[in-house]
Design a protein around this ligand. Structure first.
Ligand SMILES: NC(=O)c1ccc[n+]([C@@H]2O[C@H](COP(=O)([O-])OP(=O)(O)OC[C@H]3O[C@@H](n4cnc5c(N)ncnc54)[C@H](OP(=O)(O)O)[C@@H]3O)[C@@H](O)[C@H]2O)c1
Length: 295
């Protein structure tokens, strides 16, 4: 791995970002129409798919995020990268984190670093395993930590390769983690949110879930799938629940280094990204159901 993209293609987003503040952008969906969410069909239908931008409302978003009471947030993939940084930021703001990842040592190290460790539930679990997600859901019920917000963040990317040269097991890993892993979480956690009659589901998408690039076809396919899955889910959810596809922008993580090589260092750090992402996530409303947003 390890070479920067050719051309000005923008992988997980456009170009090196040096933003002064978070830009909330809403992508135009396949069926852009007016945004008048009044019932579950409309909410999930065209509701979130309007174009436009929330740019300029950073102060409003920050105020809404700050005004929100403590939430319990499930984040998959907290052992490194975006998930870890988001977990630390949310905990710093007083929210409780339920987090998982496959590797035990990084989870222990997060436990040692996170604010108020006793408030959180960080554990080893693999989103590719349906039974593992069932166990996690059972555990959060027992611990009375049913999430108010789910961030389906765990993800993987294929090593840069032409589509026909991607080994079958690598293609499987991308699909099993990014698509089926998200579905495994939804299968066991949405029913818990339905019981509570509220919940925000945030599925991590990508610039490559709305565009394409050479040598990352499995990843692109998986993130386009996340966009479609999220829009369908949004149409199914009753009032009180919402689903959003969220592209995090371009951030210097192991995943970015996998496809960009050393150029990944040109992009924002996870520490720069996390406060913007946390504010945005905490300020999302039910009216955003079905939207495709970008940090
Ligand atoms: N970085 C970017 O610029 C960027 C851009 C667009 C979209 N995204 C999306 O943002 C999300 C996070 O990306 P990242 O850059 O932070 O990636 P990363 O640095 O590679 O981290 C991925 C995280 O997911 C976890 N994970 C992977 N497979 C898992 C599994 N089967 N079960 C549980 N956890 C699993 C990893 O932990 P373990 O290996 O310990 O399990 C790790 O904590 C992904 O969905 C990615 O597609 C990132």
């Amino acid at each position: 791995m390890g070479r920067a993209p050719r051309a000005p293609i923008s992988p997980l987003g456009p170009k090196p970002i040096r933003r002064a503040r978070c830009q909330y952008t809403r992508s135009r969906g396949l069926h852009a129409c007016a945004r008048t969410p009044t019932n579950s069909n409309q909410r999930g239908g065209a509701g979130g798919m309007t174009s436009g931008s929330k740019s300029g409302v950073g102060g409003v978003a920050a105020a809404r995020a700050a005004a929100a009471g403590p939430r319990t947030v499930l984040i998959t993939g907290v052992s490194r990268g975006l998930g870890r940084a988001l977990a630390l930021e949310l905990a710093r703001r007083g929210h409780a984190v339920v987090g998982c990842g496959r590797s035990a040592d990084p989870i222990r190290s997060l436990e040692a670093e996170i604010a108020s460790p006793s408030r959180h539930f960080l554990t080893v679990a693999d989103v590719r395993s349906d039974s593992s997600m069932a166990e996690l859901a059972k555990a959060v019920v027992e611990k009375k930590q049913v999430p108010d917000i789910i961030v389906n963040n765990a993800g993987t990317i294929n090593r840069n390769n032409k589509t026909w040269n991607v080994p079958a097991e690598e293609f499987d890993a991308v699909v099993d983690t990014n698509i089926k892993g998200t579905a495994n979480v939804l299968r066991h956690f949405v029913p818990l949110m339905l019981q509570k009659k509220h919940g925000m589901i945030i599925n991590l998408s990508s610039g490559w879930g709305r565009s394409s690039a050479a040598e990352v076809a499995p990843y692109c396919a998986s993130k386009w799938a996340i966009e479609g899955l999220t829009r369908s889910l949004a149409k199914e959810l009753p009032p009180g629940l919402a689903a959003i596809a969220l592209s995090p922008g371009v951030v210097n993580t192991d995943m970015l280094a996998s496809c960009f090589g050393t150029s990944s260092a040109l992009y924002q750090s996870t520490e720069q990204w996390a406060p913007k992402a946390a504010t945005m996530i905490l300020s999302l409303s039910l009216e955003d159901n079905g939207a495709s947003l970008t940090v």
